[in-house]
Design a protein around this ligand. Structure first.
Ligand code: 3AT
Ligand code: MG
Length: 335
């Protein structure tokens, strides 16, 4: 294996940049779509407040973290006053309310790992999942959004990586590959360890935002508009970063010993986390520490078979970025 290789020739990679930026632009949702999501949120809030006057509804996931492509489902979190409500009961009641208001395909999935109600709004065509009291997801959404505000290249890189993962069939947690959330954390980590760094470590800085959720302290520096200095040092283009990202996961990451940690802005060892062996179904074959729930490895869904698939896909992408005459087509070819 070639561990340190040269990027393909400079003029070649610069030419690619416009093509990547065009792909990103084509994926960004139109303002009109954002307005429709807002309209649905307002409708649902109205219905919910009638039944639970003190409850609040939050957008989370890709519609709120700025990494959402157009036509994404809307993720909503209903936050009830008491922390330990009977979620199944609330979801069934909620499903009832939504059904009688003509929302379609309403379904309460009370036994899922994250219990939700699913629905479709016939007037906008938008599908939506509502979960209960999943406040950590609302807070990690906010962290991702704040990272995206620091440097546009994070959003651009993450759009390309998510688009690649969906095209190649490696964005399916139920098949042992990674969630979109995990891919965005991989992008943030990659930009944190770039030299010069493209992103700082917000949790390593003086906290200006701090909440406690489920006994977990979530604190970080959120006044990112004050970080404008950060932008100037690294001038790499999106195409160079896409090349670097796949090269990193194909040939540079140490899968045996390393955990990527956005929380510390660096790599930590599996030993330190006690993630060196299989416990139950958690195999820790690729380790991605959740920034707040630090005992949580987002790579735990990956098994012996899917780690092979993933690594082969990283290598395929790295090879394409290195040698292919038309990487922007080849990279996203359906599997
Ligand atoms: P898509 O555009 O829908 O693919 P997304 O950003 O909505 O991407 P996911 O569907 O993977 O991402 O997850 C929705 C949100 O739920 C994102 C994150 O705030 C939260 N989340 C997802 N998986 C986890 C996890 N394993 N631990 C904690 N939070 C998670
Ligand atoms: Mg989503």
């Amino acid at each position: 294996r070639v561990y340190k290789r040269q990027m393909r020739c400079r003029s070649d990679i610069d030419r690619l940049d416009d093509a990547f930026i065009a792909i990103v632009k084509s994926l960004i949702p139109a303002e009109e779509e954002k307005a429709k999501q807002q309209q649905l949120l307002t409708l649902l809030e109205k219905l919910i407040i009638k039944e639970w006057p003190k409850a609040r509804l939050y957008l989370y996931g890709s519609c709120a973290n700025s990494f959402g492509v157009s036509k994404s489902d809307v993720d909503l979190c209903l936050v009830m006053e008491e922390a330990d409500v009977n979620k199944a009961e609330v979801l069934l009641k909620l499903a009832d309310i939504l059904q009688s208001d003509n929302l379609q395909n309403v379904q309460a999935l009370t036994r899922a790992r994250v219990p939700i109600v699913k629905l479709m709004d016939p007037s906008t065509g938008i599908s939506c999942d509502i979960c209960i009291n999943n406040v950590l997801a609302v807070v990690n959404t906010r962290l991702l959004r704040d990272y995206a505000r620091i440097d546009v290249r994070l959003r651009q890189l993450a759009f390309i990586v998510k688009h690649w993962a969906k095209s190649r069939g490696v964005n399916e947690t139920y098949q042992g590959t990674l969630s979109s959330y995990a891919y965005v954390l991989m992008c943030i980590h990659f930009l944190q360890q770039r030299r010069p760094a493209i992103l700082p470590c917000l949790q390593g800085m003086e906290a200006t935002y701090s909440v406690t959720v489920d006994n977990i302290g979530c604190a970080y520096f959120d006044q990112v508009e004050k970080l404008s200095d950060f932008r100037s040092h690294n001038k790499e283009t999106v195409a160079q970063l896409v090349w670097g990202f796949f090269n990193y996961w194909a040939y540079c990451h140490d899968y045996t010993d390393s955990v990527i940690s956005v929380r510390t802005g660096s790599i930590i060892s599996k030993r330190e986390k006690d993630w060196t062996r299989r416990i139950g179904n958690d195999r820790h074959l690729i380790c991605i520490e959740d920034p707040f729930e630090i005992s949580h490895d987002l790579g735990r869904v990956v098994d012996k078979h899917s780690i092979r698939v993933l690594r082969e896909e990283f290598e395929r992408a790295a090879e394409i970025m290195q040698y292919d005459p038309n990487p922007c087509v080849k990279l996203f070819e359906p599997y």
